[in-house]
Design a protein around this ligand. Structure first.
Ligand code: SF4
Ligand code: FES
Length: 252
């Protein structure tokens, strides 16, 4: 069947079998329409052909970040990837390889979220009580908001970490997602935690671990541009260190 709106494709799931601890290829034939996404095809296969095939999803509209996987060799969101757009008769889907695989296409995000938490991804206030007071409003102009907004679009899908050559070889490296979020909060006019974050990120497992391959920004489905955020962080760390050095010299 070769049609403008309907086509038979082979969906090849490079799934991980936990019992044998091996990757097992499972092939399915699927009739896709011009609007079928890879996630639609996987759901159809699970409902009608093989209930054992495992994958994660929730929103089906590029918001929750749960359906990240490797599709035809590239890290992508399954719900935002249309089968027809891949232009191939076979669609290969596999799990992201940077994190432990739980089953088939499902990976363990514990380490990912732990690293995210490490960069203090919340507004820090140095007021009397040292914390953000939810009862008082913090004014912010549209211009101030626009400054950090592009970096706030992160949906925590993990695709950038999967594509990062450093994160894949150094498990201690904080990775593009966490570092980009550190920059997001540092750039927020309401936040007063920049110094705390810069101190924490000034290491080879922090911002300086980035070798600027740029692959994180290429695969990001939300155009967050983690590579840019990390270079800006490096520059902020350098300025912060110089300022600190200058201050301690003046005291002598
Ligand atoms: S920065 Fe982009 S690729 Fe990385 S977790 Fe956030 S949305 Fe996903
Ligand atoms: S299912 Fe939520 S981003 Fe794909």
């Amino acid at each position: 069947m070769a049609d403008k709106y309907l086509r038979k494709v082979r969906i090849s799931v490079d799934g991980f079998d936990t019992a044998s601890e091996r990757f097992v290829d499972k092939d399915y034939e699927y009739t896709a329409t011009n609007n079928t996404t890879v996630l639609d095809a996987l759901i159809g296969i699970k409902e009608r052909q093989d209930s054992s095939v495992s994958f994660r999803y929730s929103c089906r509209m590029g918001i929750c970040g749960s359906c990240a996987m490797v599709i035809n060799g590239k890290p992508r969101l399954a719900c935002e990837t249309k089968v027809f757009d891949l232009g191939a008769d076979t669609v290969t889907v596999g799990p992201m390889r940077g994190e432990p695989i739980l089953k088939d296409l499902v990976t363990d995000f514990d380490d990912f979220f732990e690293k995210h938490r490490e960069v203090f991804p919340w507004l820090i206030k140095r007021g009397k009580k040292g914390r953000f007071n939810s009862k008082t409003e913090s004014g912010q102009t549209g211009e101030e908001r626009d400054f950090y907004l592009p970096f706030a679009e992160c949906i925590k899908c993990g695709l950038c970490v999967d594509a990062c050559p450093v994160a894949n070889t150094n498990k201690k490296f904080l990775g593009p997602q966490a570092l980009a979020q550190a920059y997001r909060y540092n750039s927020d006019s309401r936040d007063e935690g920049e110094e705390q974050r810069l101190e924490y990120l000034d290491s080879l497992d922090g911002a300086w671990g980035c070798e600027f391959s740029g692959s994180c920004s290429v695969v990001c489905p939300k155009s967050v541009d983690p590579a840019l955020a990390i270079q800006l962080l490096k520059s902020d760390i350098a300025k912060y260190r110089l300022l600190k050095k200058g201050k301690s010299k003046n005291r002598k």
